[in-house]
Design a protein around this ligand. Sequence first.
Ligand SMILES: *[C@@H]1O[C@H](CO)[C@@H](O)[C@H](O)[C@H]1NC(C)=O
Ligand SMILES: *[C@@H]1O[C@H](CO)[C@@H](O)[C@H](O)[C@H]1NC(C)=O
Ligand SMILES: *[C@@H]1O[C@H](CO)[C@@H](O)[C@H](O)[C@H]1NC(C)=O
Length: 560
Amino acid sequence: MSRSLSKYAPVFLFLALSGVIFLLRNIHSVEKWNCHTISTLYRLQSRIQSSLIPANLPAIYRNHTFCAQLGQKPSPEDELEERYLLDSIAWPGPAPRSTPTALPQTSDPVRSLFTILPSKRGREWHVGDQLEALVQMRDFQGRLKRYGGDFLLARLHSPELGAGVAGKVLDHRSGLYSASFPLLWEGPAQVEVTLVHPSEAVAVLQRLREERSDRVYFQSMFRLGSMSETTVCNICLPPNQQPLCNYTDLNTGEPWYCYKPKMLSCDTRINHAKGGFLKHLITNKEALLFQSGVNLKVHIHASGPDRIMVLPPRKGTLETSGYYYRDSWRPLGGTEMRQFNESSAITQCLRNKVVNMYGDSTVRQWFQYLIESTPELKEFNLQSPKNVGPFMAVDSTHNILLKYRCHGPPIRFSTVMSSELRYISNELDGLPGGPNTVVVLSIWAHFSTFPVEVYIRRLRHIRRALVRLLDRAPGTMVVIRSANLQALEQDVSLYNSDWFSVQLDEVLRAMFKGLNVLLVDAWQMTLAHRLPHALHPHTTIIKNMVDMLLSHVCPENKKS
Ligand SMILES: *[C@@H]1O[C@H](CO)[C@@H](O)[C@H](O)[C@H]1NC(C)=O
Ligand SMILES: *[C@@H]1O[C@H](CO)[C@@H](O)[C@H](O)[C@H]1NC(C)=O
Ligand SMILES: *[C@@H]1O[C@H](CO)[C@@H](O)[C@H](O)[C@H]1NC(C)=O
């Protein structure tokens, strides 16, 4: 390690230096910057302990009324990365405080329209080409919108072919948006554009995220003998109100606090649970911005045709993570997709493997899917609470061990015993790893109520642990499941909107880019599919995700 380092030291130094200079010059316009560079930069720097970062970088807006302290102060390198990531997800549109909230002036999906733009050859498209549509937003009085920030989703699909692919939306910040789609199949293709939230509603969500991290609250029970007390807990609690118990993780510095019980001491905490959701977070006027069927996940119509016929390929380059065809996901780039329809194929693939799943309920679904579709993989009864875990399944004939454990606080599960409350990075540090070890992670849904920094820091600890794991046990296979779309109504939006998820998801992709891990693009896999969005996607979609996982673990050529 140190030998190879000295060999490459000049290269590292050059890369690091040019990266820093580039970043400083572009600190306000880094959206287009390739994040791979920053991840690489980060890793190189963390290895050579560079002291190239000046202390006085331009200050960034962060001002959390509720959550002023988010744990330990990050190192200068970490802070640089954090600023880059926050800049890269900066949302266009009006500032949260100056946004009109009177409904008539806000985006109306019914009066807004999209138009399919002609191709270079008029109305002739081939597989491999790109299709573009222009969306023009209007308000409830039919006036053109003059600023951006609306959260739009776009999908190209063909019900008759069971085909679908996610589109990319570009905000021109003028009330105009472009949606672009790769053309990947021959035949009919239909554009679908959805307004998830008007920009004015996003501004409300932005404010909630920065100022009301307490809108989902947690609690712990403390018990000693026959005495018990329950208090409120969170990543941070308003100071100077009551004494606190400090459960900050000593390894990672991940913060966690509970109010100290009146009678009992802090070390009598026995569990952790979701307390509940605060109500009355928004005014009646703001509530009008979150109306199902009016301005919350509503389709935008086409001003002309919304369908095209795609002709056989000429040639072109593709930039998307995959698409559905005949209801099967076809990933582009890298993984060759195999279908694991029979339980024997799954068993064969996982033979002699230990699969460790960590995270929220969206990866627990993968665990469930595997045990339900593989009768020989028997769940071992650990007497764990339902839906919480930890869970374990064993196939002793084929020497397969499958495990699931939820991530640490702020996990919103019903009741997790204190002794089972673990941070993923600490768990990874306890894994020997190796070619027979598979690690699957999914961590996003329970971070939507916090400022993005909380998520960045959590992922950073996980990334460090993964780098250590892959260094000590290079054959270890790591699969990361991204966030997915979900059904939204007003209440759900304030805690769990897809807007929070898309922001976290971009951070997730950026932070694990360049690492030897497979990203299963649950975002595109739920966006491209014809089934309605759901926090826990339908089994059809889960099968495609698990097939991705298994195809990565058992590529075609290694089938034997
Ligand atoms: C946060 O912003 C408010 C209003 O803009 C200001 O009064 C307050 O001092 C700021 N707090 C911090 C910690 O910067
Ligand atoms: C909680 O403990 C951590 C680690 O010991 C420490 O860094 C932090 O300052 C403590 N928090 C408070 C509010 O005392
Ligand atoms: C798996 O099932 C799908 C859908 O029924 C089918 O199209 C595909 O050919 C099958 N694949 C294999 C390898 O059996």
